[in-house]
Design a protein around this ligand. Structure first.
Ligand code: GLN
Length: 551
């Protein structure tokens, strides 16, 4: 397949340490190029054997980000969508497992016409095919491809080989950006370039020479170090770009432009770019500025269970939720202070519940399985009775329904089949379409995933927040509100304000404003559609409800 002339490819790779910021770098490159009038798309390559991120525990891999078509992907895809304002689909995400699976299926279908199918070249060729297809589908001027993992490890070698082969095919259309880490050892007190030099040499051993170096570290690079890196990594000084630690990731594209990176990228790619788009750039700069305005705060407690990974608290598990809170808080002139509350704690220490009064609002995000559920239910009861604003996302909505059934309807053993299948009152039950799937252990990619429509009831918080009657939101669940309890729950005061168009599936529930300032849950994940420049209406309604309490 010949490359469409005008499509350019930027591969982003990482050196020295994992978590160096490739995802945010790739996202920022996309934004600054979009700002110069280029049509950009992005691809994430994860070196795992997992076919998608859906079967991975969030404490191991971070949040599972769901695309509109239901693909369960890496959290970086969320960063791409938010920074570049894209709507990505499964062609924009690949893993080792996904690539091998396709190649093996093709082989079984005789698509290789009797040839011996080998790791090289067939795996890299499949990767290249996917990269080109994503570019074609988006009619992209530039495709940004982030290669997961760190240079020098075994797992991403075939993806680097694909990149090298694509560069061979069309040298002028492919460039490499290496994001590397420069440590400043405490006792030495100066930024060290050697690990990066080694990382570049290791990349060279794969036949690839980086065109740009994004130098991550505590501070800006001085001229001396830029020169050193330029000499030892074989690139002009002006292509060594400082990327110091920042308080807000949204400053990164702005910092890149201080080094005129979009000009330099367009220059080396040989693409004609426009003047910066003043409207987009000013909006972004304004938004980034909010994150530094700290006068008025709004204190949000997020009650979850995917925090504890050894000694670390991994807020990565709920990345989109945190960002969605930020966008809505900034839009209301507030700086959010987010506290992590472990649901398991409230099971052992119910006396801790009263600490929830310190917060302006509580969020219970998505989750799976039984751990922490009783703690969550205690939290929901407490915030309902004490009129603390509450926003439940997916599992957080299911918790609302169970709590209401237990403590208002009086169905003491009300539960979800996911946790207590023998309960007499399964107010949350498995969706009909899921029964066969679970019986056959077909767990991967089989939930109710991605975009589904919902219709909102007039006069409700949901309807007023969206300002429209029909919505589309992203989903990821197997269980639903059991239709046989809806009548009783509504009679007891819980309002199902959003339903699937056929009326069968409950998508949003809430208590009326005269009963509670904000007690609302969604079966879908609104956090996936929150955008820096377009905060999500339900998160904004929640934050607004949190504010009057704070005087
Ligand atoms: N475990 C619940 C279900 O499968 C909720 C899922 C979620 O919170 N994403 O329905």
């Amino acid at each position: 397949m010949a490359i469409k002339k005008e499509t350019k490819y930027i591969f982003v790779v990482g050196g020295v340490i994992s978590g160096v910021g490739k995802g945010v770098t790739a996202s920022s490159l996309g934004l600054i190029l979009k700002n110069r009038g280029l049509n950009v798309t992005a691809i994430k390559i994860d070196p795992y054997i997992n076919v998608d991120a859906g079967t991975m525990n969030p404490t191991e891999h971070g949040e599972v980000f769901v695309l509109s078509d239901g693909d369960e992907t890496d959290q970086d895809m969320g960063n791409y969508e938010r920074f570049m304002d894209l709507n990505l689909t499964r062609i924009n995400y690949m893993t080792t497992g996904r690539v091998y699976k396709t190649v093996i299926e093709k082989e079984r279908n005789l698509e290789y016409k009797g040839k011996c199918v080998e790791v090289v070249p067939h795996i890299p060729l499949e990767v290249i095919g996917r990269i080109k297809k994503a570019g074609e589908m988006a009619k992209a001027d530039v495709v940004i491809v982030e290669v997961g993992g760190t240079i020098g490890e075994y797992q991403n070698i075939l993806f680097l080989e694909a990149a090298r082969m694509l560069k061979m095919e069309s040298p002028k259309d492919v460039i490499f950006v290496m994001v590397s880490y420069l440590p400043t050892p405490g006792k030495i007190g100066e930024m060290k370039t050697k690990p990066t030099q080694y990382a570049v040499r290791t990349l060279n051993a794969s036949g690839i020479q980086p065109d740009f170096l994004i130098a991550r570290g505590e501070s800006n690079l001085d001229e001396k170090r830029k020169e050193k890196l330029s000499i030892f990594c074989s690139m002009p000084c002006e292509r060594v770009i400082s990327a110091p630690d920042v308080d807000s990731i949204y400053d990164i594209p702005i910092n890149f432009e201080k080094e005129k990176l979009s000009d330099k990228l367009c220059d080396i790619l040989g693409v004609a770019c426009k003047k910066p788009d003043a409207k987009l750039w000013n909006a972004w700069k304004n938004f980034a500025k909010y994150s530094h305005n700290g006068k008025e705060v709004v204190k949000i407690g997020v009650v979850g269970k995917y925090f504890d990974s050894g000694d670390y608290m991994l807020s990565d598990s709920y990345l989109s939720v945190i960002e969605a809170i930020k966008y809505s808080a900034y839009s209301q002139g507030r700086k959010p202070i987010i506290s992590w509350l472990n649901s398991v704690d409230y099971e052992k220490h119910p006396e801790k519940l009263k600490e929830l009064k310190k917060f302006d609002g509580i969020v219970v995000p998505g989750g799976f399985g039984s751990r922490g559920v009783e703690g969550n239910l205690k939290v929901v009861k407490f915030v309902r009775e004490n009129k603390i604003p509450y926003f439940g996302l997916c599992y957080g909505m299911q918790m609302m329904v169970i709590e209401y059934a237990r403590n208002v309807l009086g169905l003491k053993d009300a539960h979800t089949r996911e946790v207590s299948p023998s309960s007499k009152h399964l107010v949350i039950d498995i969706m009909e379409s899921q029964k066969e799937i679970l019986k056959n252990n077909l767990y991967g990619g089989s939930m109710r995933l991605g975009n589904y429509d919902a219709v909102l009831r007039d006069g409700t918080i949901a309807r007023n927040s969206y300002g429209k009657k029909e919505i589309v939101e992203r989903h990821r669940h197997r269980y639903e509100v059991n239709p046989s309890f809806i009548g009783d729950l509504e009679q007891a005061g819980l309002v199902f304000s959003g339903r699937s168009p056929d009326g069968h599936l409950m998508e949003i529930c809430e208590l009326p404003k005269n009963k509670h300032p904000f007690f609302l849950g969604t079966q879908f994940h609104p956090e996936f559609l929150a955008h820096p420049l377009r905060p999500h209406p339900l998160f904004t309604a929640f934050i607004k409800a949190c504010i009057p309490k704070k005087k």
